[in-house]
Design a protein around this ligand. Structure first.
Ligand SMILES: Cc1ncc(COP(=O)(O)O)c(C=O)c1O
Length: 451
């Protein structure tokens, strides 16, 4: 039987490569590459035959939480306690002064824009490399989403390009902490201070991520989080807003509760603002989140340790470049593990085939987001009758031109690869097997390409 590439090999090589990097030497290749077995795509055994940890993690705590609400017959947050308790706990966890739970992350963002009274004629700056919800909440308000290109090294919004995207109509700057890693908040905060444009952080993927020791989502006017099923904190659907601004917290509460009353105001008395909806969290979601939060810190530590290890290993493989973390990052949430693939170091093997080969090794992976600015769903906005009425054809055509993002085109068309947060809850052995899979594919890349 061929010898497996085991943890011990990696550790030996890691220390050699670490020394090499300090001396500014090129990446060292793994000593045991020669022992690698055939990739699964060519008929060999899988590098990773077991399952990665299933998500979400649950036990009796969740069953008790859900049954407790069921039996209480208090399922709505109005007049009940569980959502309130969750908000208190999430405040404590993040250090924010105010927390408002919502029915989803999208609705947390929608509430934020509603409380800011964003509407027709307004522009909101967002990264092009994000989930479609970031765009949708702007389009739902008939405002213009303005895309900023991606920093290809970090996968985050290129903060050096934000200022150039600002116009007299810009009402909000809304970066996203993609994959749970903070965008370059030093640069972004510089711009928001200089221009006085409010910063809303889309932290939907970034639970417990920190920038210079402060939780993301608390650095600007407000932040939005998602507790949708895939997220690091999960109640199936759910969301939350954090803010340190008392008055703004009241406006958000009112917007999310049909314009009725702020937190300290009885529901029948005066409303704040002139628009609202119902995006309240249910008591089931609130209590489920309290149960899930009993593990959230421990899980974050496991993800960090495994992600750091993967990065150390990947830094030794030519053609695999982990997404850069900016200097102010004191913690990434690692909702995604993101890296760039360079086929030139894999005998010209396309990313598509690389992903196929990884999947065959038992390593779930994805190419991630695409070119949102070029999708017909988005470009169609230029032909939307309401947008044409509000902005006119010339402005909408200019909008299409403004939204070009050449770096993002490169990243998404051929380089980006993702792993998922539940994989990072695996063992060190699981991480070693991920590395082994990549090394096998690299060694046999020319053969895989020919198949
Ligand atoms: C960056 C980002 N923004 C917003 C959302 C929307 O959150 P939800 O799915 O809870 O509505 C998500 C969730 O996938 C997201 O990843």
């Amino acid at each position: 039987m061929e010898k497996k590439f085991n943890r011990r090999n990696f550790i030996g090589v890691a220390s050699v490569a670490g020394a090499g990097m300090t001396l500014g030497l090129p990446k060292t290749s793994f000593a045991s590459r020669g022992n690698l077995s055939k990739p699964a795509i060519l008929g060999g055994a899988k590098a990773h035959a077991d399952n990665f940890p299933l998500w979400p993690v649950t036990d009796q705590t969740e069953e008790n939480a859900l049954n407790g609400v069921l039996r209480s017959k208090n399922w709505c947050r109005l007049g009940s306690t569980k959502v309130d308790s969750f908000e208190e706990e999430y405040k404590k966890l993040t250090g924010a002064k105010h927390c408002l739970a919502t029915s989803s992350g999208t609705n947390a963002l929608y509430t934020l824009l509603g409380a800011l009274d964003i509407g027709p004629g307004d522009e909101v700056i967002i990264p092009v490399y994000t989930f479609i919800a970031t765009y949708n909440v702007i389009a739902l308000n008939y405002a213009l989403p303005i895309f900023v290109d991606t920093d290809i090294e970090s996968f985050q919004i290129d903060a050096t390009k934000i200022e150039a995207a600002i116009t007299k109509q810009t009402r909000v700057i809304m970066p996203v902490h993609i994959g749970g890693s903070p965008a370059d908040l030093d640069k972004i905060l510089d711009v928001t201070r200089k221009t006085n444009i409010p910063l809303i952080e889309d932290a939907c993927q970034a639970h417990l991520a920190e920038w210079r020791g402060k939780m993301v989502g608390t650095l600007g006017l407000a932040g939005a989080f998602s507790f949708q099923a895939s997220k690091n904190l999960n109640s199936g659907e759910g969301g939350a807003i954090l803010t340190n601004d008392e008055k703004f917290a009241q406006s958000c509460y009112s917007f999310h509760n049909q314009g009725q009353g702020g937190r300290e105001v009885s529901y029948s008395s005066g409303s704040i603002g002139t628009r609202g909806t119902n995006v309240r969290m249910t008591e089931f979601q609130g209590n489920l989140l309290l149960a899930q939060m009993t593990r959230v810190k421990e899980q974050a530590d496991i993800r960090s340790a495994n992600a750091n290890y993967l990065t150390k290993m990947f830094n030794q493989i030519p053609g695999i470049t982990p997404a850069k973390l900016y200097g102010g990052t004191t913690r990434s949430a690692y909702h995604l593990y993101m890296f760039r693939y360079d086929k030139n170091h894999f005998a010209g093997l396309s990313r598509e085939k690389f992903l196929e080969a990884l999947t065959k090794e038992g390593i779930p992976c994805s190419e991630g987001y695409g070119m949102m600015n070029k999708e017909t769903y988005v470009t169609g906005l230029a032909k939307n009758r309401h947008y044409l009425n509000i902005y006119g054809e010339k402005t909408m055509n200019q909008w299409l031109d403004r939204n070009q993002c050449p770096q993002n085109d490169i990243l998404t068309s051929e380089q980006s690869v993702w792993f998922f947060q539940n994989m990072l809850l695996g063992s060190r052995n699981d991480m070693d097997q991920i590395v082994e899979a990549v090394l096998k594919i690299q060694k046999y890349a020319a053969e895989i390409k020919k198949r």
